[in-house]
Design a protein around this ligand. Structure first.
Ligand SMILES: [Zn+2]
Ligand SMILES: [Zn+2]
Length: 192
């Protein structure tokens, strides 16, 4: 585990002994690689992720309060244009010592990691990658739009209707025709 092989992933690993009683300001930047985000062609980080906040140690527990921010490059769900979407997520994380896990699991039958924003440190270091990873994933937009009224792509010629006004007749996929068909169907049923 040489430092050079880790890339900049070590930037999110904090030595607990380095956190003084009065707390520690934390600020760093990481690329997507150490965050091990799922490989996807639809969303990627267009800038490094900035993590900043404050670490506090109370006996064996460590708290991190801060923000993670970055920019995602994502395709518009209608016209497939690339949008750059900024995100900022608040992070409130509690790191429990390794002994707590056994206690919680043993006494209450609860897996501590299933509780949101609760993570474990190993007694020596804490790893901010899992909570940063989770917060970046939560920032992925489900149905991104380049603008609320994006006209999308023509289903016949594939042209971007935000840019080109084509005269294609969309008989198959046009929702207006589907609605007309439905109206005809309802009228026929009333006639019977
Ligand atoms: Zn669009
Ligand atoms: Zn067209």
């Amino acid at each position: 585990m040489a430092a050079s092989q880790q890339g900049n992933s070590a930037a999110l690993v904090v030595n607990i002994a380095n956190i003084p009683d009065e707390g520690l300001a934390f600020q760093t930047e990481v690329t997507a690689t150490p965050l091990q985000l799922p490989p996807t062609t639809e969303v990627e980080l267009s800038t490094p992720v900035q993590v900043r906040g404050w670490l506090t140690k109370v006996t064996e527990q460590v708290y991190f309060q801060g923000t993670v921010r970055g920019t995602l490059a994502v395709a518009c769900s209608r016209c497939l244009d690339i949008i750059h979407s900024d995100f900022t997520a608040e992070m409130r994380v509690v790191y429990l010592p390794p002994s707590t896990r056994l206690q919680i699991e043993g006494e209450e039958g609860v897996d501590a990691e299933e509780v949101l924003d609760l993570y474990m440190h190993d007694g020596t270091t804490l790893d901010l990658r899992p909570p940063v990873h989770d917060n970046v994933l939560l920032a992925f937009p489900v149905q991104p739009l380049c603008r609320p009224d994006c006209a999308g792509l023509c289903q016949v010629c594939g042209g971007n209707r935000n840019e080109v006004l084509c005269t294609c007749q969309e008989t198959e996929g046009d929702p207006r025709f589907a609605l007309l068909k439905q109206l005809h169907f309802l009228r026929r049923r009333e006639d019977e």
